[in-house]
Design a protein around this ligand. Structure first.
Ligand code: PFF
Length: 472
């Protein structure tokens, strides 16, 4: 019921909760890997432009839709379109997408849990070996961690302790940020870090290719949790006394800063440990990069703080990254779970069990798609490459559907919900909004320029990923 919906008690509470959900594997693993793969500084530049000029207005649109309708994404699309059937597609996509993203996310969160246990048990030396990661993800122990994690997430979701976890996240997230900065400073002191720094910060405009653009947009959407209904849901808890535009700017700033510093750590580290590496080799980077280089960084830290000190630091760091992933994972799953409760009238337990059961099957299949099962490993082929089930989920949901959902939100907000309602909602709790630069830009772009850019990038991504066709 709209009237009974809880609200964030303060603006800071909302910003921290939204940032806690947004900061996760996308920032700490996805961003550095994509930056390494897509030309370093060229990627960073395109990413930053997307965040400011495209993603921020989309974020504002999602949040205002949520606050105005006080509903989950499916309900929000229905309420703001007077139950128009066509727009329901937008609502359904905003439910299916987070569900599939949650599947992909859980596979990676399991690895983080295992790396935390590895660090605690003093296994850093082995974890820094080049083959450790690929051997580990194909070992049976993955399933043990998977069971532990699934039970943990199930308990959190069903017991409603999310609030407690979010409160804890408010202390742990800043701690993670400080540890990240400490590691950045440490890596800067190592030989050859400067080469990585240059690769990361000095853009070569010639490296901005269609694939860099596609990767940057997908990554920005994922990292800011856009196109997944999460911000519609968060928006529905924002008090009418708070400024949506102001909150959105803060969330984007926090999220982008964490991603930026993760890049500032990993990219120089690549060159510290592998000074001879060239762009060609970097272009094939995958998540294994972060899982191999972090243990290497911690091992080097031993010279400074000793073996025990380095192990303690590594354990705390992996625990915090795991925690960041766990808070994100819980918030992603929350979207389809509340939709099932609100729209289908399921109880909380029934929603958790039915969605969790389906997700668990897909997670197991994805976990087996790195070599364990030939069927899931060579699941299909398109765009000139053989693809595993895990690849398909990433290509379809991470890279393609997120910007498409963003496009639908923009069109919906401007052409169905209408500009006046949108503007009115944004002025609520924000006396300075009327006449501000933000208002002018958002009004100008959300119905015109942004949908065009999102459509072009969507076409580009589909052509590249699924048909192996590049426009340039
Ligand atoms: N934005 C998170 C990350 O970068 O890891 C992932 C995420 C969290 C996506 C919550 C969606 C969401 F609802």
């Amino acid at each position: 019921m709209a009237e009974q919906r809880e609200q964030f008690r303060s603006r800071l509470g909302f910003i921290l909760a939204a940032a806690g959900s947004a900061v996760g594997i996308g920032n700490l693993v996805g961003f550095p890997v994509n930056a390494a793969k897509s030309g370093g500084a060229a990627f960073l530049l395109v990413y930053a432009l997307f965040v400011v000029f495209i993603c921020l207005p989309v974020m504002i649109a999602e949040m205002s839709l949520g606050r105005n309708t006080q509903r989950n994404p499916l309900g929000a699309y229905n309420a703001a379109s007077d139950n128009n059937k066509m727009w329901r597609i937008g609502g359904w996509l905003a439910i299916i997408t987070p569900f599939m993203i949650a599947v992909f996310y859980q596979v990676l969160t399991v690895w983080l849990l295992a790396y935390f246990i590895g660090a605690v048990t003093g296994n850093l030396e082995a974890m820094a070996q080049p083959d450790y990661f690929s051997t580990f993800i194909n070992s049976n122990s993955v399933f043990l961690y998977l069971i532990v994690l699934t039970i943990l997430i199930g308990i959190i979701l069903n017991s409603g302790v999310q609030n407690g976890i979010e409160r804890l996240a408010k202390i742990l997230m800043p701690t993670l940020f400080v540890m990240l900065l400490t590691l950045v400073v440490f890596v800067f002191t190592l030989p050859n870090a400067g080469i990585g720094l240059q690769f990361y910060l000095v853009p070569d405009i010639g490296k901005i290719t269609p694939s860099v653009i596609s990767n940057a947009l997908g990554q920005a959407f994922f990292s800011l949790s856009l196109g997944m209904g999460i911000l519609i849901t968060y928006g529905s808890y924002v008090s009418k006394r708070d400024s949506i535009a102001g909150g959105a700017k803060m969330v984007a700033l926090v999220d982008t800063s964490v991603a930026f510093f993760a890049g500032l750590l990993i990219l120089p580290a690549i060159f510290v440990f592998n000074p001879e590496i060239n762009t060609e080799e970097l272009s094939t980077s995958s998540v294994s990069l972060v899982f191999t280089f972090l243990p290497k960084i911690f091992l080097s830290l031993q010279t400074l703080v000793g073996v025990i000190g380095a192990n303690l630091f590594a354990s705390a760091f992996f625990l915090l990254v795991f925690f960041a992933a766990l808070t994100s994972q819980v918030s992603i799953l929350q979207v389809p779970i509340s939709a099932f409760q609100d729209e289908l009238g399921y109880s909380r337990l029934k929603s958790v069990l039915s969605l969790g059961g389906c997700a668990a099957l897909l997670v197991v299949a994805s976990t087996m798609s790195f070599g364990m099962s030939p069927f899931f490993t060579e699941f299909t082929a398109y765009g000139g490459a053989v693809k595993s089930l895990f690849d398909v989920i990433i290509d379809v949901f991470y890279d393609t559907i997120l910007p498409l959902n963003g496009l639908i939100v923009c069109l919906f907000v401007v052409y169905r919900w209408r500009k006046t309602s949108f503007n009115q909602e944004l002025s609520v709790g924000d006396d300075n909004f009327e006449g501000s630069f933000t208002q002018k830009y958002v009004n100008l772009s959300v119905g015109t320029f942004i949908p065009v850019v999102l459509l072009l990038v969507f076409i580009n991504t589909v052509a590249l990923k699924f048909f192996g066709f590049s426009f340039v």
